[in-house]
Design a protein around this ligand. Structure first.
Ligand code: AMP
Length: 546
């Protein structure tokens, strides 16, 4: 067979010719800006020429500080295709983390959305490697350039460039893109995706048992493009010709639903907290969303009650998926086996899903022994495969957290069980597991059960220190506007699903669960709030001490 390198430039060429009429569309709050993939190809040529004219060379990092929109998609397409590395900066990181990340990645150019200039401007003087900033969708003069940095307007810069660019064939193992994990401990860690891993991952996203993306889809990409490359959907779109709908900065439930009504997406992807808001909005303002053939939810465990609400109240199928920044991110997807039905089918659907053919998984117990895939034995999940990271990016080749990688496997830090037919069920992050009297209590199981109770909007469970039991669960609950359930009633409602010693006695009623920069429950922040005495905790009677 021919040893043709796998390349994102090949995907771009395919999209701009074979899928020329597919579109990327950005919501502006009331209307849309559309661009065909033919035009994405032409703009990519202009952007590549402009970057080259600024002195950007192969392997240089070109960062983005942008919402999900047309210009961001063009950067996604053009930067890797010209042999450079696209680095989508997480706009929600703290300033010190952002500065760290941009300096660590040695970003040379940053493309910034005009609306984000007020956020980006103060960071710029501390970005050591940045030479050029390109302001898209806004006024470049609003950005004050420190010495050594030149600021350009996107339209002016690209306007003078030719749309023809001879995208080179690069080594398929070269980095094409990178994302930093928003890790809750230590500095953020960089993951570099190669052309090879990105193309193989796109194929997986497009498979029927992945996200089944095709030219017939209009995919609403709510997951930010800085969160694990928007779960690989933009590159899968270049491969399949799926059209993309980009919400830009309009990420609240009301504008998202307005965009859905106007643009009728067939597919959407986001973390659970986004869908909690969408369900709340739909309850108050009913709207037909059956144009969605499927919604992929992942990034944190999807409460089964959320899947049921979409299924039963809105006629929309939710597909649960698991992944990490380190796994590109698609690891497993919960399509049930063909011949399953009833409760068994449901059990498969609420699991974290089945690993694709190219992802191998194993579970290790506390002593490092591999435990069987019998659907019961618990262990820490390790994975390997062609789109799984083998190390974190390091500018000087000193290994970053080498303990996360061993014998060719990635340690995920997730604890769960796997069935003989390869379906994963996670019970916790290893650092979130609650150890009570030597036994594990799954915070995820408790959260799912509490979030299924009437009146509960969100619930996050953490372990808090306990003299008799080492740790006991604390439930932080957000109630709906008119709900008035109390701790005793909530706990009683859990009694038939959990052993007595697992039932939580600490309850805090809060206005909002703190969230991470990618919209997940931030349990570290919740633990800190508890430790600082900021939570008003209702104490029920706990299990009888041993
Ligand atoms: P990140 O790289 O920031 O997206 O974080 C990856 C982590 O998110 C994983 O290691 C899991 O702990 C968590 N995660 C992702 N998807 C799921 C899921 N479907 N259920 C439970 N946890 C998940």
């Amino acid at each position: 067979m021919q040893d043709e390198p796998l390349s994102l430039a090949t995907l771009l060429r395919h999209a701009m010719t074979a899928k020329a009429d597919s579109e990327v569309t950005t919501w502006t709050g009331s209307e849309v800006r559309r661009m065909t993939y033919a035009e994405v190809g032409r703009q990519s040529g202009r952007l590549a020429n402009a970057l080259r004219a600024l002195g950007v060379e192969q392997t240089d990092r070109v960062a983005t500080f942008m919402w999900n929109n047309n210009e961001h998609f063009v950067a996604y397409a053009a930067v890797p295709a010209m042999g450079c590395v696209l680095h989508a900066l997480n706009i929600r990181l703290f300033p010190e983390q952002l500065t760290y990340v941009a300096n660590h990645a040695q970003d040379k150019v940053v493309i910034v959305d005009g609306s984000l200039v007020p956020l980006f401007g103060p960071l710029l003087p501390a970005l050591r490697s940045v030479q050029h900033v390109i302001v898209a969708n806004g006024d470049p003069s609003a950005l004050e350039a420190p010495a050594g940095v030149t600021v350009h307007g996107y339209d002016e810069l690209l306007g003078t460039q030719s749309e023809e660019f001879d995208f080179p064939v690069v080594d398929e193992r070269m980095a094409a893109a990178m994302c930093y994990t928003s890790g809750t401990t230590g500095e953020p860690k960089g993951v570099a995706y190669s052309h090879r891993s990105s193309v193989l991952h796109s194929m997986q996203v497009c498979t029927t048992d992945g996200m089944a993306l095709s030219e017939r889809d209009r995919a609403l990409v709510i997951v930010p493009m800085f969160h694990a490359n928007a779960w690989g959907i933009p590159y899968a779109a270049l491969m399949s010709g799926a059209s993309l709908l980009m919400p830009d900065r309009f990420l609240q439930p009301a504008p998202l639903l307005e965009m859905m009504a106007a643009e009728q997406p067939t597919f959407a992807a986001a973390v659970p907290t986004i869908w909690t808001g969408v369900l709340g909005q739909l309850a108050a303002h009913p709207q037909d969303i059956t144009h969605l053939r499927e919604v992929i939810i992942g990034g944190s465990a999807v409460p089964p009650s959320m899947m049921k609400a979409f299924d039963e109240e809105h006629g929309v199928r939710v597909v649960h998926a698991w992944g990490m920044t380190e796994t590109s991110p698609l690891g497993s997807v919960a399509h049930p086996p063909a011949r399953s039905s009833g409760d068994a089918e449901w059990e498969y659907r609420i699991s974290q899903g089945q690993f694709g053919a190219s992802v191998q998984a194993r579970l290790l117990d506390d002593e490092g022994n591999v435990v069987p895939h019998d659907g019961e034995s618990l262990g820490e999940l390790e994975v390997k495969g062609p789109w799984i990271a083998s190390s974190y990016y390091s500018p000087d080749d000193t290994a970053v957290e080498p303990e996360k990688f061993h014998d060719g496997w990635l340690r995920t830090g997730d604890v769960g069980r796997i069935t003989p037919n390869g379906y994963l069920t996670l019970v916790d992050r290893s650092k979130d597991v609650i150890k009570s009297g030597g036994e594990w209590i799954s915070s995820v199981d408790l959260e799912n059960a509490v979030m299924a109770l009437p009146g509960v909007v969100e619930a996050a469970v953490i372990g808090v220190p306990d003299d008799a039991w080492d740790e006991r669960p604390l439930v932080a609950v957000v109630l709906g506007e008119h709900a008035n359930a109390d701790a005793e009633a909530l706990r009683t409602a859990l009694a038939d699903r959990f052993a007595k010693w697992q039932l939580p006695e600490h309850w805090a009623f809060i206005d909002e669960v703190p969230k991470t920069s990618v919209g997940k429950f931030n349990k570290k922040a919740l633990r800190a709030q508890y430790a600082d005495g900021q939570l008003d905790v209702v104490e029920l009677e706990g299990p009888t001490p041993r």
